[in-house]
Design a protein around this ligand. Sequence first.
Ligand SMILES: [Zn+2]
Ligand SMILES: [Zn+2]
Length: 233
Amino acid sequence: MSLKEILFSTMNAFNCLMKWFPLNMKEPLSLINMFMFWSWFIIIFYNYFKTIFLGPSFLRKRWRPKNKEDEKYLQYCTICQGFKTSQAYHCRKCGRCISKFDHHCPWMNTCIGHVNQTNFCWFLFYSILGCLHALLMISPCVYRVLFIPYSSLRINEPRIYFTLTGLISSILTLGFTIGVIIAVGLLLIIQIKNIICNHRRLKSFIYPYNLGFKENICQLFNRIDYFNLITDG
Ligand SMILES: [Zn+2]
Ligand SMILES: [Zn+2]
């Protein structure tokens, strides 16, 4: 889900919102609807950029544990010329070792790791809510235009008009929102499962990392730990 797709969908959903549920200052529901619509948008963008700018937490190049004895328990990265912490993994696309590596996100062009995983999960969660809201605004508009003739509408029912481009864009957005709800929903389930089990995509590791449900969740929200001492962003 790239930035262009988010903007494209938001604009089309807003176009449908103004046709189907236009802003009316005297109607509280219409105000709430508008407020929620733009709230999703702001929260999604906030978490999108925060995930990118925070970064996953790259391990320092040429990092070594303080105690030389510990080196035998750690894997060595020949590219970064340093030791990897227990759940670190070298990302070829970023060219660095990532602390608590989860995956490399091609849409954000950064890795998801120790520091930015929380914002990434919020991004996924609010993207689903935003898409559900967009779906509620777009589908009645498209349905009415395609399947209900104007002559059968009552006088007080809204008449919805689309240009051909507007209609095609709305249908495309409809498909996009459904796809996002399914795909992002699955990704979010995997993320939550990984967080709860403290599971990372590592080929091999020496110690188990499942510290229990509560501690695994706490690790996600508590970033002030020893990782801060050995990472640089
Ligand atoms: Zn590396
Ligand atoms: Zn990466």
